[in-house]
Design a binder for this molecule. Structure first.
Ligand SMILES: Cc1cc2nc3c(=O)[nH]c(=O)nc-3n(C[C@H](O)[C@H](O)[C@H](O)COP(=O)(O)O)c2cc1C
Length: 214
């Protein structure tokens, strides 16, 4: 039987970039972490670690790099890129405003969870696969608990600097920072393009073998 709550949660889990400063109870953060640690991972070796960051100084130092990457990389990209499928121009502009809001207030989120992985110096496409299922579980858990969060990876543009601030040992890297807090504003449906743009049958570009609900 489909679990209606889970499907609803997945369809209504927009990035929540505006957060209240009220602290998040430890019990809820613990619940989110428990959901993360339940995720699939390679051979169940659990080569991961999760930092719960509440220290304003740590957050402030990392936010400086996060903001620098916004000015250098993200903003120019947004301003030159076309509007993504499934969004109107004004929704895309609004998203940029919210991305900028989170950038300026990144360190004000009451709690961060930093998802880390002990991947040594392996650099391949599968590196993130060992940690992002846990990240997605934590986003779903936060949403189910009425908390807002955003999957962010921009700090990895300054990977070495941020990992040093987090005090990560050799071979351990941070893959995502989830700023978590009580939401300002409403949750809402995610905006994506039609299924027919991305679902194919047998070979790329050929129609799916069943009707799509576009
Ligand atoms: C790998 C990855 C990295 C992301 N990094 C950031 C980030 O650094 N800052 C941010 O505001 N959003 C970040 N996002 C969130 C996306 O911008 C967001 O999921 C996308 O715009 C779709 O919006 P929605 O999730 O609200 O539907 C990231 C998402 C992914 C999958």
């Amino acid at each position: 039987m489909p679990e209606a709550d889970l499907f609803h949660t997945m369809q209504n889990m927009r990035a929540m970039r505006r957060l209240k400063s009220d602290p998040v109870p430890d019990d809820l953060i613990r619940e989110i972490l428990r959901a993360g640690i339940a995720a699939p991972n390679g051979s169940n070796r659990q080569e991961w670690g999760f930092l719960v960051i509440t220290d304003p100084e740590v957050k402030r130092q990392v936010q400086a790099y996060y903001a620098r990457a916004f000015e250098d990389i993200v903003k120019p990209h947004y301003l030159s890129a076309s509007t993504p499928s499934g969004m109107t121009d004004s929704q895309y502009r609004r998203q940029l405003e919210l991305v900028e809001h989170l950038t300026l207030n990144f360190h004000e989120a009451p709690a961060w969870i930093v998802a880390c992985r002990n991947d040594g110096e392996r650099q391949n496409r599968a590196a993130g696969a060992g940690i992002y299922p846990a990240v997605q579980n934590m986003l779903l858990a936060a949403r189910a608990l009425g908390l807002g969060a955003t999957l962010t990876t921009r700090h990895t543009n300054y990977q070495a600097e941020c990992d040093a601030i987090f005090g990560l040992p050799e071979g351990v890297h941070s893959f995502a920072i989830l700023p978590i807090g009580y939401p300002i504003g409403r949750f809402g449906p995610t905006r994506r393009g039609p299924m027919s743009e991305v679902v194919f049958g047998n070979r790329w570009g050929e129609p799916a073998p069943f009707p799509l609900d576009d």
